[in-house]
Design a protein around this ligand. Structure first.
Ligand SMILES: *[C@@H]1O[C@H](CO)[C@@H](O)[C@H](O)[C@H]1NC(C)=O
Ligand SMILES: *[C@@H]1O[C@H](CO)[C@@H](O)[C@H](O)[C@H]1NC(C)=O
Ligand SMILES: *[C@@H]1O[C@H](CO)[C@@H](O)[C@H](O)[C@H]1NC(C)=O
Length: 477
């Protein structure tokens, strides 16, 4: 009896040992994103609103000598702006609180060059406040751009005075309007003060002091970097990492920003800023870009490890124009149409190897679940040929888009990869990152699809894979 009990105890503890023990994930490869950077990345789409005196003067760069009386958007309704953004699938909206002309869309106490001197709302209006409230009401996040270059302010050019002015305004904006998720800086300077230094380190320090979870955008981050062009296109190779010390705000090497740096020590992923129209501000004569142009932008930004910051300029009535709304709804509908049916989900899947053996939690099946980032396929570190293969068991699938996502929470790793359909190579490419979309020039019919990682920093970790048919795409013209 005692002997049997003893045996049972031994068996129980052995069982407990074997079920509670499981292989942990591999170590991250630094640098890795912050929580706010990860949240930013999963947004995929951010909307920019360029609005101000330029909206009324038909210009892109104001002189700073505009009469505030011209600012009179009689039908302004920021709830319409955020409805448009939300309906199009954007979760964050960013406003030009002040552009180069220096006109402030909120009643700053440091200048009279603002909405307070305009006839709009009898001089009692505040566009920043109205948009912040509307965004909050619609469950969207809110961000700001405050132009360093100021063509109105008299202290501009006097380094200390102007930096004080600028920081006073930053403090107003970041203390008064609740949570701010992103702030945008550029290095533009007036020709009257080419040598004036902007005190970016002081500015950034105060931004982080006042807003704990904010992402700071500039050429050099620190949190999000410029992609190096205003077309909305990232490089076909696009690393989230750079060396911040190699970047000067305002005079950066755009090629470096566009591609990133596989040996970069800072996690500063790129944001692709582009306008839905030719200009950043609304002009009566301009029209929104075509749907196919917007889809090209989407594939070349979101599909290349970036976030798309799409500018949609409100018009001089203070509303987003009908043609822009229509185009945005077409854009949303197209993305939903393309990505609703995932052909990968009907496949069986195998891999070259699996970290921790076939009972571990790193099997290739993880690339077919919805929880993208933290469940992933990991191969064994003891092998060096890494692939996963989808198999439809004799059935053919037709697709022209392949989606691959890395578990970037543990670092961006893949340097090059190939895709094969029934053994024939159809893609030969470099980085993947948070999301890579390959739009193929023809429709592929195949029974098996293999993704092979050719080169990576450490073992590759793939969190998600999808295959789609894009009916809007007819190959390169
Ligand atoms: C700016 O600096 C350059 C180089 O030091 C100098 O030649 C130039 O005169 C300066 N310009 C102004 C407006 O101070
Ligand atoms: C970035 O920094 C790393 C580490 O110091 C260095 O190895 C790499 O060469 C740098 N990249 C460039 C482009 O200088
Ligand atoms: C602005 O857009 C609205 C539609 O949202 C339209 O009714 C209005 O006429 C437009 N204003 C101008 C000046 O085009």
């Amino acid at each position: 009896m005692n002997m049997v009990l003893f045996m049972l105890l031994i068996l129980a503890s052995a069982l407990e040992f074997s079920v509670s023990w499981t292989t942990p994930p591999p170590l991250p490869i630094l640098p890795i994103p912050t929580r706010s950077q990860l949240k930013w990345q999963t947004r995929e789409l951010i909307m920019f609103f360029h609005f101000g005196v330029n909206t009324f003067t038909d210009s892109e760069w104001g002189t700073g000598h505009e009469d505030p009386a011209i600012f009179n958007p009689t039908e302004l309704d920021t709830r319409q702006w955020v409805d448009v953004a939300a309906n199009a699938g954007f979760s964050l909206v960013i406003l030009t609180a002040k552009h180069h002309d220096g006109f402030c869309l909120w009643p700053s106490k440091y200048t009279d060059h603002s909405v307070a001197s305009s006839p709009w709302r009898g001089g009692k209006g505040d566009v920043v406040g109205e948009l912040a409230a509307a965004a909050k009401g619609r469950g969207l996040d809110f961000g700001l751009y405050l132009s360093p270059w100021d063509r109105h302010e008299r202290s501009y050019g006097k380094e200390k005075d102007y930096n004080e002015y600028y920081m006073g305004q930053l403090e107003e904006l970041l203390n008064r309007y609740g949570s701010v998720s992103e702030i945008w800086f550029d290095g533009a300077k007036g020709s009257n003060a080419p040598n004036m230094t902007y005190y970016f380190q002081s500015w950034f320090g105060m931004v982080k002091e006042l807003q704990g979870s904010i992402n700071i955008f500039s050429d050099a981050g620190p949190d999000v970097r410029w992609v190096g062009d205003e077309k909305g296109y990232a490089g076909t190779t696009c690393w989230s990492m750079v060396n911040r010390t190699s970047i000067q705000i305002g005079t950066s090497n755009v090629g470096y920003l566009n591609k990133g740096d596989h040996s970069g020590v800072d996690w500063v992923p790129p944001e692709c800023d582009v306008s839905i129209r030719t200009g950043w501000f609304w002009h009566k004569s301009q029209k929104p870009k075509s749907l196919s142009h917007l889809l090209n932008i989407y594939y070349n930004s979101v599909g290349r490890n970036c976030v798309l910051l799409l500018n949609v300029p409100p018009n001089s009535s203070g509303l987003i124009s009908g043609p822009d709304i229509q185009r945005l709804m077409e854009f949303r509908k197209a993305i939903d149409t393309i990505f609703t049916i995932d052909l990968a989900s009907g496949s069986s899947i195998k891999a070259s190897s699996q970290r921790g053996g076939s009972d571990s939690s790193f099997g290739p099946i993880n690339v077919l679940d919805d929880d993208h980032l933290w469940t992933f396929w990991a191969p064994s570190e003891k092998t060096n040929s890494h692939w996963i293969e989808l198999d439809w068991e004799g059935k053919e699938v037709r697709f022209n888009v392949v989606r691959i996502q890395e578990a970037v929470g543990l670092g961006q790793r893949i340097k090059s990869h190939e895709i094969y359909a029934d053994g024939k190579m159809i893609v030969d490419a470099t980085t993947v990152g948070y999301k890579r979309l390959h739009r193929l020039d023809w429709v592929v019919s195949a029974r098996t699809v293999r993704i092979r990682v050719v080169e990576s920093r450490g073992v590759p970790l793939i969190s998600s894979v999808g295959l789609y048919f894009d009916p809007f795409w007819h190959g390169k013209q």
